[in-house]
Design a protein around this ligand. Structure first.
Ligand code: ADP
Length: 399
């Protein structure tokens, strides 16, 4: 069974085609600058790469091009598009409607549309991707895999904000959490690495990339996470501020005369590591600048590792200790220095990494010192595979 995974953004579309017989990626790619000048499709299959620069005015054209690439006589991996048995879509926000992935239906689409209010930057584009696929592949089942779903198991005390209860009732204002597909993948993979059933483990999953979040997972269920109503809450990130005293926001709006949209844009795109360092949102650039003596770059990295450490401590308390601390995503998988800094001085909590083992990069490994109580794992995340697995399982269960 061949499953196509689609992650549709405002001007980009990422895709991966899986053969679920062996969970192998047959092809993957990216359509960039949809609706803008210089649109490009980059299609990869095996070690090969095929780049097509052409006008891509909308997502319909983008998906058609993906199909063209997949069935191309020389560069394609399929004889016909009818070989695709199902499509899995990454969808950002399910509100409180779904705690699991689900087969797309009219009712599900209605719910995703209703939740545009909660995910205004992502849900509209996810919907476009689903509508285009429904149009171009009318008889192929489509599955929605939500970023928020894994976190629906959090207890109310973890997700309710300290504001009058009526605003939760009226507007569903609460913590939802994101990166759920990644945290779920990490949880399952950590259980495999530790050779223990998932429901016997306490895991702290640290997804540290451009967007970053941590989840506390007890017996396979998320009990708390750092992101909130939107991905803005929690850790300081590449360009997002993370936790703030809300008065910072109202004061800035007053002083600078910003509108709500301008303020949102500021908090999401101009803060975090970029804002503090003044160098870049990219951790590699900031690490280079810090190594060259740039004090603000050093401060940005210090602040980032400090907040990650603080939340790990908080989640150790929430879980009453952990079996494993897991690092994933761009920074978590690749940066030995950030992992070392985060784990420094946590031996009291049973966390101690081994310098030699910590040199792993982008591959699975246990980097904890043999003497330490808590395993520290590096596990490359794979949200696309998780989406493909859910799609495969849901479509097969319906048969
Ligand atoms: P997202 O999916 O949120 O865009 P990623 O998970 O791809 O982000 O992570 C991107 C971040 O990871 C970038 O800031 C990048 O600099 C950082 N990164 C990647 N490799 C390294 C590395 N070797 N050392 C430090 N940071 C790295």
């Amino acid at each position: 069974m061949k499953v196509l995974v689609i992650n549709c953004g405002s001007s980009s579309l990422k895709y991966q085609l899986f053969d679920m017989l062996n969970e192998k990626v047959m092809a993957k790619g990216l359509v960039e600058r949809i609706g803008l000048s210089g649109s490009t499709l980059t299609h990869r299959f095996g070690e090969e790469k095929y780049v097509k620069k052409t006008e891509i005015p909308n997502h319909e054209k983008a998906v058609s091009l993906v199909f063209e690439g997949l069935t191309h006589p020389e560069n394609g991996v399929l004889k016909a598009i009818s070989e695709i048995s199902a499509v899995g879509h990454r969808v950002l926000h399910a509100g409180e409607d779904f705690s699991d992935s689900i087969l797309l239906s009219d009712d599900v689409m209605k719910s995703v549309k209703k939740n545009i209010e909660l995910g205004p930057l992502h849900n509209p584009h996810n919907i476009t991707g689903m509508e285009v696929c429904q149009h171009l592949l009318p008889n192929v089942p489509q599955v929605c895999v939500f970023d928020t779903a894994f976190h629906q198991s959090m207890p109310k005390k973890a997700w309710l904000y300290g504001i009058p209860y009526e605003y939760y009732q009226k507007y569903k204002i609460r913590k939802y959490g994101f990166h759920g597909t990644s945290h779920r993948y990490i949880t399952e993979q950590a259980a495999k690495v530790l050779k223990k059933p998932v429901n016997e483990l306490k895991i702290i999953s640290c997804h540290l990339g451009n967007g970053s979040s941590i989840a506390a997972v007890n017996n396979g269920k998320c009990v708390d996470t750092t992101m909130g109503l939107t991905p803005l809450e929690g850790l300081m990130m590449g360009t997002r501020s993370g936790d703030l005293d809300p008065t910072v926001v109202t004061l800035l709006m007053k002083k600078e005369g910003w509108s709500c949209d301008e303020t949102n844009d500021f908090l999401n795109k101009k803060c975090g590591v970029l804002g503090v360092s003044g160098v870049s949102s990219d951790f590699r650039d900031v690490e280079t600048a810090a190594n060259e003596g740039n004090e603000r770059a050093k401060l940005a990295l210090d602040k980032f590792t400090y907040i990650v450490k603080k939340y790990i401590g908080a989640y150790m308390a929430v879980l009453n200790g952990a079996d494993a601390l897991v690092f994933t995503a761009g920074v978590g998988e690749n940066s030995a220095s950030m992992r070392a800094e985060i784990c420094k001085g946590m031996d009291y909590l049973g966390i101690k990494i081994n310098e030699g083992k910590n040199s792993v990069r982008g591959i699975e490994g246990d980097i904890a010192d043999d003497s330490a109580k808590v395993r520290v794992l590096v596990i490359p995340t794979n949200e696309e595979l998780m989406i493909a697995r859910d799609t495969y399982n849901i479509v097969n269960a319906k048969k």
